[in-house]
Design a protein around this ligand. Structure first.
Ligand code: C2E
Ligand code: CA
Ligand code: CA
Length: 695
């Protein structure tokens, strides 16, 4: 029958279609297994690599042999058993090695290297198979065709594993199987083009050869077996994963207070979603949500109100969720969320904004109205990281980074954040040596009366002269010092330095020294200050300490006790950064401060921000009614100074009058202020009118 060229052509091409179909099915199943291999670790990973290489290897082998069988159907032909079986082994082993290398995450060109190995395996298998094939004829080769065959084999192998491993779209995983199949077809046709078989009946085939049609039966059986078992294992896995998802669902509602899924449920969900995203080549966003200043709400309104606020906040956020989004409560006022398969990062940003907006309206709890903001950080898989634990820590890092800049920030993780976290740790290490190496300095910023410009004293501000980085701002190192409690010896150093400078007669008036809340945890703070005063001979009336309201959080009674003792010694106590915290008023009622320092954030919004100006007026009125003088911080312009003076603010501190300077620049700073004070009052009067007009 095959004597007719038409029949031959039909037979030949039909077999190629069969080979392509076998290859397509087998590699498609193999690629599903490979995706699971990439998403798992340990024994599970190797199990999936084995399944993937068995399926893919067998399918490729079968396809190649079908293609060889289609070559010379009209001639007697047969295969040597040993090399034929060996070529199957080559296919499976090279696939296993290629897939294992291809799934390495710490190797840059891993998928391509793995793919070249798979391509090499296909080629070797092909030539071993051809060698094992004997035909009653003479075979001649064209080296050009063989060369093309080799190049296509490597290139298409690399392309296919690369597509499976670096999916750009969700179609890429199908792309891998299609490329493999295309590779088999290309190899077949380049091979057909590269050799010729001329019948020669004189050639006798050895009887030990396995006839072509027998091998065809074997090939078919092997292929059905491998593909069948591959399919079933894949579906068993899919089913068990669906069951796991259902179990997660049951486990979920575990946080008794808010009714949200808890941390454990979140972790299970994260593992599940990450492996799903891996397989489907989707993106996934993880969020860390932290309510700003929630501790203050508890401190001011009590825990019962705090809990009710949290319940309402959780409910509002839950209602803001859409399909494919998941919210859990981590602990306290921290929440976690996930978003599956959006158009990242836009949809992640949109979801964060939606959650923030849900918290916007004030919370009404027991006739109280509480306003909340949340800091939200997020990170995207696989763009930012392929590791699920890193994904969450990235999101938290972004959240903290945002929070330190401003409350209510939404921040996307950025690789630079890792760098700056590393940098922070390095700086914290260096800080240990700073105290004993004498790298700390104290600068002083003069404070003046707003009425006549006269000097009333100065504030001591710490500086760190780092051996390689130069002068470092306290905004950068004080938080580090507080974390490590190094602030205790540093604060003591600042007190002693300031008192010594006073004792040497280099500073005018009262000197204010900042005290960190951490220093208040020391039982001997009062004794330490007392002994410094005795040691330097400075009168307690010349010393002022500045505390922020966070000092009063935590152990309020302990802090109050310490403040009372200091006050009894004759030391003045100033409340720093007034107006920024939640409980400013409560703190003011708890202790008779000697001074309120109006925070510079309000002063700097004069004269453009009407509401900031209203707050300034209120605080000044409050000081007046309590009989506590107010000092305005951060005065930078004449306009601000005049507005404050016209509103009855008595004292001020700011770059306009004096910048913080080292001790040896104190004299010029003092002279400069005296000169300002001598300016004609008429000019000030005219400007006050202008300022009032602006207000
Ligand atoms: P603070 O206590 O609110 O100090 C005032 C800050 O405002 C100082 O920043 C000062 O340089 C700055 N400042 C003064 N006038 C102006 C102005 O007109 N415009 C602007 N933009 N800023 C002005 P500095 O020296 O960087 O200190 C930052 C913070 O570090 C201080 O804020 C204080 O909280 C902390 N700090 C500084 N020295 C010490 C210390 O010895 N102990 C402790 N615990 N904290 C310190
Ligand atoms: Ca201060
Ligand atoms: Ca301040």
């Amino acid at each position: 029958m095959f004597d007719s060229p038409i029949w031959y052509a039909i037979y030949h091409h039909a077999l190629i279609v069969v080979a392509a179909a076998v290859c397509l099915f087998g590699t498609w199943v193999g690629m599903r297994h490979f995706a699971r291999a990439r998403a798992t670790v340990g024994p599970m990973h190797y199990g999936w690599v084995f399944m993937a290489s068995l399926g893919t290897g067998a399918a490729l082998w079968a396809a190649i042999f079908i293609s060889i069988l289609s070559q010379a159907p009209s001639l007697d032909n047969g295969f040597e058993m040993g090399p034929t079986a060996f070529s199957l082994l080559i296919a499976i082993v090279t696939c296993a090695v290629g897939f294992e290398i291809g799934s390495k995450k710490n190797l840059t060109l891993a998928p391509e290297i793995g793919g070249v190995i798979v391509g090499g395996g296909i080629l070797t298998m092909h030539y071993v198979g051809l060698n094992a094939w004997h035909v009653a004829g003479v075979v001649t080769w064209s080296w050009f065709g063989v060369g093309a065959n080799v190049i296509f084999g490597f290139a298409l192998g690399a392309l296919s594993v690369s597509r499976a491993n670096r999916p750009v779209t969700k179609y890429c995983r199908h792309g891998a199987a299609i490329v493999m199949t295309f590779a088999i077809c290309v190899m077949h046709y380049t091979m057909v083009a590269s050799h010729d078989v001329i019948a020669d009946n004189a050639i006798e085939l050895s009887p030990s050869l396995v006839p072509g049609h027998t091998l065809a039966i074997f090939v078919t059986a092997a292929v059905l077996l491998v593909i069948g078992s591959g399919f079933s294992s894949y579906f068993i896995d899919l089913r068990s994963r669906t069951e796991a998802a259902e179990r997660i669902h049951h486990l979920s509602f575990n946080d008794t207070m808010t009714g949200l899924p808890n941390r454990i449920a979140f972790n299970e969900r994260l593992s599940f979603d990450v492996s799903d995203a891996h397989e489907k080549a989707h993106k996934l966003a993880a969020f860390s949500i932290d309510i700003d200043g929630f501790k203050d709400i508890n401190d001011v309104f009590g825990h019962a109100v705090g809990d009710l606020v949290l319940i309402q906040a959780a409910e509002r956020m839950r209602r803001a969720l859409r399909d494919g989004e998941f919210l859990a409560r981590q602990s306290g006022d921290e929440f976690l969320a996930l978003q599956m398969s959006g158009n990242m990062p836009h949809t992640a940003q949109e979801m964060a904004a939606r959650i923030a907006a849900a918290l916007d309206a004030p919370f009404k709890v027991r006739d109280k109205s509480v306003k909340l903001t949340a800091s939200i950080g997020y990170s995207i898989f696989p763009t930012d990281t392929q590791d699920k634990d890193h994904l969450l820590s990235n999101a938290k890092l972004a959240m903290y980074r945002g929070k330190t800049t401003q409350r209510g920030m939404i921040s996307k993780y950025d690789h630079k954040m890792d760098e700056s976290a590393r940098d922070r740790r390095a700086l914290a290490r260096d800080l240990h040596d700073a105290v004993k190496n004498g790298e700390l300095e104290l600068h002083y910023q003069l404070q003046t009366s707003l009425a006549d410009g006269s000097i009333r004293g100065s504030e001591a501000l710490m500086r760190w002269r780092h051996p390689t980085r130069g002068l470092i701002s306290p905004l950068d190192f004080i938080p580090l010092a507080e974390e490590s409690e190094l602030i205790i010896p540093m604060g003591e150093w600042a007190l002693r330095r300031a008192c010594r400078d006073m004792a040497e007669g280099k500073l005018p008036g009262v000197v204010a020294v900042n005290l960190s809340p951490v220093q208040f945890k020391q039982n001997d703070l009062v004794e330490t200050i007392h002994s410094i005063l005795v040691e330097t001979g400075v009168s307690p009336q010349r010393l002022e300490v500045e505390v922020t309201e966070s000092t009063m959080m935590g152990d309020q009674n302990g802090a109050l006790h310490t403040l009372r003792k200091l006050k009894a010694m004759g030391i003045a106590i100033a409340m720093d950064d007034f107006g920024t915290g939640y409980s400013s008023l409560a703190t003011l009622h708890a202790f008779p401060f000697d001074k309120i320092k109006l925070d510079q954030s309000f002063v700097q919004r004069i004269p453009l921000d009407v509401s900031a100006m209203a707050i300034v007026r209120t605080i000044l009125a409050l000081g007046k009614s309590l009989g506590v003088p107010v000092l305005a911080e951060g005065i930078e312009t004449e306009e601000q100074l005049l507005f404050l003076a016209s509103e009855g603010c008595k004292e001020g501190q700011g770059y306009l009058m004096a910048r913080p300077v080292p001790l040896d620049k104190m004299l010029p700073a003092v002279a400069n202020i005296m000169q300002r004070a001598a300016q004609p009052a008429a000019r000030i009067g005219a400007s006050i009118h202008a300022a009032i007009a602006v207000a």
